[in-house]
Design a protein around this ligand. Structure first.
Ligand SMILES: [Zn+2]
Length: 495
């Protein structure tokens, strides 16, 4: 996933940063006054290495297709860590499939650390790209007009490469953190049956157990004509679930219609869903977000945002704000019909009608709980409502597991993140958001490990090309993310 679609139309103004800082008790030294990045800039040699790694990754096809192979990329990165002198016990290549091997690399703390590790979670697979659709070869790393072009330049081989380069640099400099720093390069975030994040958490928790996860697959700095407008940090996300709704009937000749009809039965149910709204909810992240936003809006909208923060929340205000679809989606679980099929001949009564209903579940609820809500909304026990897994397997019931309701964003992460972001982009507000979409963070969140999505990648708002054609990244954005992650890793690891 990338980019942050939630805040795309709803960027907080710089006021938010002070609200956020106040929330966490962070002292900000007049960020607007700073004019130059105060971070140590990455040297020309380290930039050259980071660029070479980026090029190598772009030119290895890691799509979930016969031409793609994640293991080729993770093996190439494994070699870089081995050549740099990382101990064998700190570099693990592992996975459930020969083509989908994950790489887990660790920079060990000195002695016995008091704190649990920090994981940097980076998927290394990319979405398919067709040469015919692009003006350059998507699997060639092309530098042109101040941009790097290639599949994965935005999502997310930029951050993969920046983190590999950062870990290599920290190791070379002899950096000894106070807690372990872990980099996980993983398979099948975009598709495929072997999701590496899910598999690592379930099968090798010891290798990726952490106090929290930094996932650069979401969050980042939004630019408007080169000016940084806001930095979004994904602090929680909704859970993706598909449900298959089926009506069956005995069918018959269409010249003799009867009241029972699979298509009518299904569409009646779907119309009930269209009219249904899940209950309004907030969590620590969305409360912080709307508190920040309320500070810069005016009139009824600002009043409504304040009103939903009350105890109890003002549901009339929530209903007015819900007219904006991105707010509505941030306020509740949503379920929507996305596909439809039915019937077998123009002149026959349908024997089957089927729809896919896609749900984005508010953290704190399980897919099974939502399946049962759907059954209740449809109110038709002749319909079946089955769960469809990410791998496409259909089952009568859905997982009971809930994504944890997120804790309040922690100062330990947000203080350095805000400070370093503002050293690079002075005055830019930083705000936590709940993504309406989904990333691999969910597997860690479900295991009780908080996740924060932040890439430190600055992109123009209208230049989102992730998953699209001619994907590209400004060269300058790459260098800045490199500066950021070096200082950020050291801040989290302890200077
Ligand atoms: Zn992604």
């Amino acid at each position: 996933m990338r980019p942050n679609v939630f805040s795309r139309n709803q960027a907080p103004s710089p006021i938010a940063v002070f609200a956020l800082a106040a929330c966490f008790g962070i002292a900000l030294s007049s960020p607007v006054a700073a004019s130059q990045s105060s971070l140590p800039a990455t040297s020309a040699e380290d930039r050259a290495l980071a660029k070479a790694i980026f090029k190598e990754l772009i030119e290895i096809n890691t799509t979930d297709t016969p031409l793609g192979n994640v293991t080729t990329a993770t093996t190439a990165m494994q070699k870089r860590f081995q050549d740099a002198g990382f101990a064998a016990e700190d570099v693990h290549l592992l996975g459930p499939d020969a083509r989908k091997m994950n790489l887990v690399v660790r920079i060990k703390a000195v002695g016995t650390p008091a704190e649990k590790p920090v994981v940097f979670l980076c998927h290394i697979d990319v979405v398919e790209a067709l040469r015919a659709d692009w003006s350059t070869d998507p699997f060639q790393f092309v530098e042109k007009d101040g941009y790097y072009y290639g599949r994965g330049t935005q999502d997310m081989k930029d951050s993969d490469a920046a983190l590999v380069a950062t870990f290599l640099r920290l190791h070379r400099e002899g950096y000894k953190p106070k807690r372990d720093l872990i980099l996980a390069l993983t398979a099948d975030e975009e598709g495929g049956k072997f999701n590496g994040a899910d598999w690592l958490v379930k099968e090798h928790r010891d290798l990726v157990d952490a106090a929290y996860v930094i996932n650069p697959d979401s969050g980042g700095v939004e630019l408007d004509h080169g000016r940084a407008v806001v930095a979004d940090v994904e602090a929680t996300e909704k859970v993706y679930s598909d449900f298959q709704v089926t009506a069956v009937d005995r069918g018959g000749h269409s010249s003799i219609p009867r009241p029972d009809n699979a298509i009518y039965e299904l569409t009646t149910a779907l119309n009930k869903l269209a009219a249904y709204s899940f209950p309004f909810e907030m969590n620590e992240v969305t409360r912080t977000y709307f508190k920040n936003l309320a500070g810069q809006e005016a009139g009824q909208e600002a009043a409504d945002m304040h009103a939903i923060l009350g105890t109890p929340p003002d549901l009339a205000a929530a209903a007015r704000l819900s007219a904006e679809p991105s707010f509505n989606s941030n306020f509740r679980t949503t379920c929507v019909a996305t596909r439809l099929s039915g019937g077998h001949a123009n002149n026959a009564l349908p024997q089957t009608a089927q729809a896919n209903v896609n749900c984005r579940i508010f953290p704190g609820h399980s897919p099974e709980e939502i399946r049962q809500v759907l059954v209740g909304v449809f109110g038709d026990d002749k319909l079946t409502v089955k769960y469809v897994s990410d791998a496409g397997e259909v089952s009568n019931t859905a997982p009971e597991r809930k994504a944890m309701a997120p804790p309040a964003p922690i100062k330990e992460v947000f203080e350095p993140l805000t400070r370093l972001t503002q050293a690079i982009w002075p005055g830019t507000p930083v705000t936590p958001v709940m993504e309406n979409g989904a990333s691999d963070s969910i597997y860690f969140a479900q295991a009780g490990i908080p996740c924060y999505g932040y890439s430190a990648i600055a992109l123009e708002r209208d230049d989102d090309r992730a998953h699209g054609q001619d994907e590209r990244l400004p060269v300058d954005s790459y260098w800045k993310s490199l500066d950021f992650f070096y200082s950020f890793a050291k801040a989290l690891g302890g200077e």
